[in-house]
Design a protein around this ligand. Sequence first.
Ligand code: NAD
Length: 331
Amino acid sequence: MRIVFFSTQAYDRESFLEHDKPNDAEFVFQQPKLTLETAVLAAGAEVVCAFINDDLSAPVLEQLAANGTRLIALRSAGYNHIDLEAATRLGLAVARVPSYSPHAIAEHTVALILALNRHLTRAYNRTREGDFSLRGLTGFDLVNKTVGIIGTGQIGAAFAKIMAGFGCKLLAYDPYPNPKVVKLGAQYLELDELFGQAQIVSLHCPLSPSTYHLINASTLGRMQSGSMLINTSRGALVDTPAVIEALKSGHLGYLGLDVYEEEADLFFEDLSDFPLQDDVLARLLTFPNVIITAHQAFLTREALNAIASTTLANISAWAEGSPQNLVNIEG
Ligand code: NAD
């Protein structure tokens, strides 16, 4: 069984090679992203292993299916980037890694909050230049602040637990309230009420038609002046030009992003030798109260290990006729 991995970095190869291969499996690691042009690299591969910025639209899936692929093994929890209807029509099973380390993403979310609040990037740059002044570095205590969590599944719940530890008041919105989060003292509210009361809003819901641009000019207007917005979930939850306007007016006090709607052609690549072509991202990067990381919240040793082990278990289970973690074709 030939397994072609797309969008691989050195850390992917290392983590997969540390695990036993499924029976008769041959690993082929490809660095390029999966696109209509690169799909040919998977010719003859029964299994294609893809990541979040790979193109899994109908035309790409059609080419993979025509060339013999039968399983798309996602190395991610999110599957908003695959055309599931097309995959099912083409007889392609799609498996994912439902949970690898919710703590990795929750902890990165907290890292963004603390770095923004305590101006760590500015402080780091200053001290390296011999500037030991504190002007403009005033932060705020997290204790007693109100944190609004949108989406309280595995990651939202792990984040809630950490913020409860800081002594924050927790507000939550989720169509399916999580008893573990209620137990931490969180109060579930309607979205509008959450936006009105929270000083920090953190997004942990999946991207779907109902959550697309959940943060827009109207919802930003309902947030408290000077509040902080963190998105470690999916870029398209946020209407970026609307956020830029809110930052320019000062209404939005801080922004931490690990994801960006147009990240697919940027993130995971070293583009430092080239002029940045994305004017919206370029504008975002000019604000002193904005921190952007390039979709690295998942990047811990523990998470990489769990991604490799579950992906390989998904492939073995599928090959043995008892698939697991499928998101389209049942059993
Ligand atoms: P999960 O399925 O455990 O939880 C998602 C929660 O969102 C569920 O409780 C669900 O009821 C809720 N939800 C659904 N629709 C909602 C809506 N309209 N409003 C509010 N809540 C809604 O998923 P998870 O493992 O906690 O992951 C959450 C998201 O984090 C994923 O969808 C993915 O986009 C993102 N993620 C990001 C990274 C990263 O590296 N930055 C890594 C993994 C996952």
